[in-house]
Design a protein. Structure first.
Length: 213
């Protein structure tokens, strides 16, 4: 059993990860700035902000894994990178793994090919996509004492395409995952399966990978 702390544990991806980790018997702490409207049975909840990680030391320190599941929206739109930088600094030199949810636009479109970002992003999504790119760059330049991994979701991922838990997914390495029809998607529950699998198995050390069906 691992102790897993999920920053942003009441958001879409975070809540799914909390639920999946609890179902496997892990000791899970979900951190959010407000009380959960629909808490996951078996998870502990702590109110706090990832922008002040020192105040969360009681929950974070000694954890096997800390999951950064925040989104650059609302009042976090311009604060996401600062929050991640602080969390990464806090965990550097410890045995705690940092797992981060990236953005789809950082995935490669094909082996050795351009990123999805380079193929064009609609204006309304550019800020969020840019934060995703900056997130990956921050981790890739992080001190060697930080054990991190980043998971790129597919292009269709969110509450508007909820889907169901099948327990299956594909790891695409650096390349966006598509099915035979060319669709790139995954349910929130199966994204969480892939994420918790990585926490348990540790196949990706200081690298990113993509998931999808």
């Amino acid at each position: 059993m691992a102790r897993i702390v999920v920053l942003g544990g009441t958001g879409y991806a975070g809540r799914h990860i909390v639920s999946e980790a609890v179902s496997r018997g892990h000791d899970v702490v979900a951190v959010s700035r407000s009380a959960p409207a629909d808490p996951v049975d078996g998870a502990a909840y702590v109110q706090g902000s990832a922008l002040d990680v020192d105040s969360l030391a009681g929950a974070v320190d000694g954890a096997d894994a800390v999951v950064f599941a925040l989104s650059p929206r609302g009042d976090m739109a311009d604060a996401q990178i600062d929050a991640l930088r602080g969390v990464a600094a806090h965990l550097t030199g410890t045995a705690t793994r940092l797992g981060v949810i990236g953005g789809a636009m950082g995935s490669l479109s094909a082996p050795g090919g351009p990123r999805l970002w380079d193929l064009g992003v609609p204006e309304e999504y550019r800020h969020e996509a840019q934060v995703g790119m900056d997130t990956l760059e921050l981790l890739q330049q992080a001190d060697a004492g930080l054990d991190w991994f980043l998971v790129h979701p597919p292009q269709e991922f969110g509450s508007w395409v909820e889907g169901e838990r099948t327990g299956s997914y594909r790891d695409g390495g650096d390349v966006v995952v598509r099915d035979e029809s060319g669709k790139s998607y995954i349910s929130g529950a199966d994204f969480a399966v892939a994420f918790v699998d990585e926490i348990e198995q540790g196949n990706h050390r200081r690298e990113r990978f993509t998931v999808g069906y």
